[in-house]
Design a protein around this ligand. Structure first.
Ligand SMILES: Cc1cc2nc3c(=O)[nH]c(=O)nc-3n(C[C@H](O)[C@H](O)[C@H](O)COP(=O)(O)O)c2cc1C
Length: 210
């Protein structure tokens, strides 16, 4: 009798663990089929692009995804400008290099990573959370672009190169941001001409607290 109970107990444990495994496999399978998760996990920053600019109808969709990002109090404390005119992009590169004679011109001119479509995002400094709003807007754009086969790169260095010298001021004015708005982030878009490997992330930075 005791032996039979023991066998039943063992079978119950085996059955439960089997069920658990099936559930885990099922949820893993569901995640594999999840397009949003796949896009997030497969996205990479792209620093080599094919020359053609992203078609404007595709950019429109990417921009709509951007402005549909969560944002504080729905203040939409951003303004967005898109430049896909190579002459204007080159003028910006020249001006940035001229404004930074202390740095290698090649390095400064390369700060757009040769993305053929550049998006300039400005924030309203009157709102404390506007930098987060801009970051979330950028992330929505980057992810929607990737899901459409379009690569991107978030860029902080051109923010500095464009804003800290007089040489670039006329070009910044040409972007026509509202009075008081500050350039916060640049994002380059284009068709990838490289397939970089994933950069490692540190899972130790994440902890559940019980
Ligand atoms: C706010 C911000 C600023 C960045 N600035 C630059 C930059 O100036 N130049 C550059 O090549 N990459 C820049 N990056 C891209 C990061 O280097 C990149 O996201 C990071 O190395 C992780 O790689 P991954 O995007 O491929 O996962 C920036 C990213 C962010 C979010």
């Amino acid at each position: 009798m005791k032996r039979n109970l023991l066998i039943i107990g063992i079978l119950c444990v085996m059955f439960a663990s089997c069920q658990n495994k099936t559930q885990t496999n099922e949820s893993a399978q569901q995640n594999q089929d999840n397009q949003v998760v796949n896009t997030i996990m497969e996205r990479r920053s792209i620093r080599k692009y094919k020359p053609q600019a992203v078609e404007r109808d595709k950019m429109d969709l990417i921009l709509k995804c951007g402005i549909n990002a969560p944002n504080g109090q729905n203040k939409q404390s951003w303004e967005v400008r898109i430049v896909d005119n190579p002459e204007l992009l080159n003028a910006m590169k020249e001006a940035m290099a001229k404004g930074h004679p202390d740095l290698s011109a090649e390095m400064v001119k390369g700060c757009f990573r040769n993305a053929p479509t550049m998006v300039f995002i400005a924030r309203d400094p009157a709102y404390d959370f506007s930098a987060y709003d801009c970051g979330l807007l950028a992330e929505n754009m980057v992810l929607s672009a990737w899901s459409m086969g379009i690569g991107s790169i978030c860029l902080g260095s051109p923010v500095r190169f464009l804003t800290d010298n007089a040489e670039c001021h006329p070009l910044l004015e040409k972007l026509g941001f509202s009075e008081g708005y500050e350039l916060s982030l640049c994002v380059g878009f284009g068709y990838p001409d490289e397939s970089p490997a994933a950069k490692p992330r540190d899972w130790d930075k994440v902890k559940y607290i019980d």
